[in-house]
Design a protein around this ligand. Structure first.
Ligand SMILES: Cc1cc2nc3c(=O)[nH]c(=O)nc-3n(C[C@H](O)[C@H](O)[C@H](O)COP(=O)(O)O)c2cc1C
Length: 321
């Protein structure tokens, strides 16, 4: 049966699929615009970008598609409000935010008519986000890549949050690798849509280096680990030589703060620098965020092929509950 569309505020995505925002320069217009063009919601990773660069990338994405373009900005960023305001000025359709909780963002959203989508990992924050005016809520579970707010799996966490979110769309994220799982989460768990990210790193359009994609393609189940982050939350990443050194306490603290990206940083390493090294393909020294189920993905597809695969698999089993 055909999948239902996903409506968030005034926007309706024909396919209920969000491409998770990925910093730094992992999800840029080159990935998010084709996602929006395929009928999903394309999310540019805005955290730690200079405001002008983010604005230019949003404008570029908007020029490439009439579909829905959002931006993801982590509340932990020092220039959070400037990035939010810059994105709104550039005409972004919606703002997705997590890694900390801003109450003021909902006021900004209301004033500018920009839907705010909250990423949460607990029923308490889901309830608060809905009360404050979130236009949709993303439940991000422990299988996700990047910073994690929980150690609970998606199929255990989602039902707890489903019970408390009554009015706005609820989206499932973390470890989803195919359309059968998408249909399962929508049919059996009552999700209104899904967010996937790691699958989209492994696309032709994703702007990271080939080495980044190879690091993910080569990863076996045991190669994806939890590591520490100066953000103050654990992060899920590939167990590269840098991550191994970090675990052994062999990484020196940063002496000088070059990027001044985080509100609070313990400087046990520079996350911006390490994520950029990963982007550029430095396997030895980079931090390669990845979802837990990356080992199930064996190919690099086009964004259109990912959509075709997800939609045909999901619609072959989906039965509207
Ligand atoms: C390389 C990478 C970078 C990410 N960066 C961010 C980010 O900047 N902000 C954020 O909220 N989530 C970030 N995430 C999490 C994703 O947006 C998404 O919710 C999650 O990875 C979904 O799980 P999946 O990758 O198993 O599909 C990142 C994930 C990856 C793999």
């Amino acid at each position: 049966m055909k999948l239902p569309p996903l409506t968030i505020g005034p926007y309706t995505a024909p396919i209920p699929l969000l491409q998770g925002g990925m910093s730094i320069r992992v999800s840029t217009s080159s990935l998010s615009a084709p996602v929006a063009e395929c009928g999903g919601i394309g999310i540019i990773g805005g955290s730690a970008l200079p405001v002008d660069e983010l604005k230019a990338d949003i404008l570029k994405a908007k020029s490439m598609t009439k579909g829905i373009i959002a931006v993801n900005i982590m509340f932990a960023m020092k220039n959070f409000y400037n990035l939010v305001k810059g994105s709104i000025d550039a005409g972004v359709d919606m703002i997705v935010t997590g890694a900390g909780f801003s109450r003021d963002i909902f006021k900004i959203g209301k004033e500018s008519n920009t839907p705010i989508v909250s990423i949460v990992s607990s029923p308490a924050f889901a309830r608060l986000a809905e009360k404050l005016g979130a236009a949709a809520i993303i439940v991000e579970a422990k299988e996700a890549g990047g910073h994690l707010g929980t150690d609970i799996s998606l199929r255990d966490l989602f039902p707890e949050i489903r019970k408390v979110v009554k009015k706005v769309p609820l989206i499932a994220a973390g470890g989803i690798t195919n359309g059968y799982e998408m249909a399962e989460l929508m049919d059996k768990y009552g999700a209104d849509g899904v967010q996937i990210a790691t699958r989209f790193v492994l696309t032709k359009e994703c702007a990271v280096s080939d080495e980044f994609k190879q690091a993910l393609l080569n990863a076996k189940k045991e190669d994806v680990v939890l590591t520490s982050s100066p953000v103050g939350m654990p992060g899920r990443a590939i167990n590269t030589p840098f991550v191994q050194k970090l675990a052994k306490g062999e990484v020196d603290k940063t002496k000088e703060c070059l990027y001044k990206c985080l509100k609070k940083c313990d400087h046990h390493y520079c996350i911006s620098e390490r994520l950029m090294k990963a982007h550029d393909g430095n396997y030895e020294d980079g931090l390669f965020f990845s979802g837990e189920n990356v080992y199930k993905m064996k190919d690099i597809l086009s964004v259109q092929e990912v959509f075709d695969q997800f939609v045909s698999q999901a619609e072959s089993v989906y039965k509207e509950s």
